[in-house]
Design a protein around this ligand. Sequence first.
Ligand SMILES: *Cc1c(COP(=O)(O)O)cnc(C)c1O
Length: 226
Amino acid sequence: MIKESLEEVRENIRQACRRAGRDPKEVTLIAVSKTKPVPMLREAYEAGARDFGENKVQELAAKKPELPDDIRWHMIGHLQRNKVHQVIGKAVLIHSVDSLRLAEQIEADAARKGLDVDILLEVNVAREESKFGFFLEETEEAARTISAFPHVHIKGLMTIAPFVENPEENREIFKKLYQFAVDIGRKNIDNVTMDVLSMGMTGDYQVAVEEGATMVRVGTGIFGAR
Ligand SMILES: *Cc1c(COP(=O)(O)O)cnc(C)c1O
């Protein structure tokens, strides 16, 4: 069942790419496995999934040793500063850097461990009160500040779009973040690239791909309801 769901999501991504004139190789599907047990992740792995997303440090740390080494783990949830040290060296990418203080903590822990950490800045494009992340107008300044951190490397942006019935309602949000990433990328800030755009979830990933997402985070659509 997970195999069929994965295939369906992959096919939807291919079709969205076709509609947008994009190469499907530009889009990484992250299987969001939070709350799901290890055997379900193994099933996804056997069906070819190699990128998994978790939103809790403890859960990521517990699942990782149970599964093959070639899995790329993505930290996608709000991260508390006192948990940062547990995720460094385990996640290939932290999508959810939502404050300067968090970035400073990552720099401090990464320096201590002598590791480099790739991150995305989380942007609250829709300015929802319930969401974490920088507002668009704060993001460039944050990127410039973090660009000076020697162990932290900004690879792009992430957003969690509002929960909507019709994914078309989020198209403008995805367009806005894409354009913003292009604009920041053109400024050639040292130690900052805008190659990754992490946007789109089960309800709206096809629209996100049409609007330029390079990573989509799909949980329910692969593993079923939580
Ligand atoms: C849970 C979660 C997802 C996946 O949500 P689905 O709607 O189940 O696809 C994606 N991104 C983040 C940050 C999440 O916390």
